[in-house]
Design a protein around this ligand. Sequence first.
Ligand code: ATP
Length: 248
Amino acid sequence: EAAEAGLVVRDLAAGYGPVTALRGVSLEVPRGSVVAVLGGNGAGKSTLLRAVSGTLRFHRGGIAAGEVSFGGRRLSGADPSAVVACGVVQVPEGRRIFARMTVAENLRAGALGARGARGRRAAAEARDRVLTLFPVLAERARQRAGLLSGGEQQMLAIGRALMARPVMLLLDEPTLGLAPMAAARIADTVREINAQGTTVLLVEQNAAMALSLARHAYVLEVGEVALSGPAAELAASDEVRRRYLGIG
Ligand code: ATP
């Protein structure tokens, strides 16, 4: 049963020294689903993803209370590399691609632990999957990543994460700063990646997009879960429409 549990966050409190960014946050991302976390600037969305991926301490933060687990395995307190080894891979906000490296080099950098014949075969399969999802990355394989458009850089960031063959992807505002067409293209690929079996935790300020992708959603407000429910119900709620969708 625990192995089917997917991601479970229970009573999480986290912050940065004296700054409390999350308190009493509980949420679940069942295996195979897309779950969205919505909220405005400073609501704690990035802190939540950092707490899951084990990168909080690189931002001088830490977990004060609560627990994070995936498939019944404890992630809270684990190193980022141990979290990746559990199959949970983060696509960081702001994309963080290696701008001066080529597209192909960026993808290779994501193929962690691809040693030996089996590792190389697995990496080649992962690269085929990425290039099928994003043919433009094959066309631009030898170009410097910094020369890609914003939407293409986001594709590369997602592609690099897929090279680690994740069971679950943590996506931090993948459509931030993109034109509507590019954002829609990213939304389509998130749908496709999920249809291929990858579980997704999606953090977004773009509530309309996130609710169209997710099965279930949580709204964070100043570090706490203010609302949660099936995405379709949240999308229909007057409060969500008024406060997060700018409707009504
Ligand atoms: P945004 O969309 O602006 O990134 P967010 O919902 O992701 O917002 P967080 O970045 O998690 O929010 O920030 C939550 C709170 O923690 C905010 O009050 C923020 O100022 C604070 N915070 C974030 N990072 C740090 C840090 N490295 N040091 C101190 N405080 C931080």
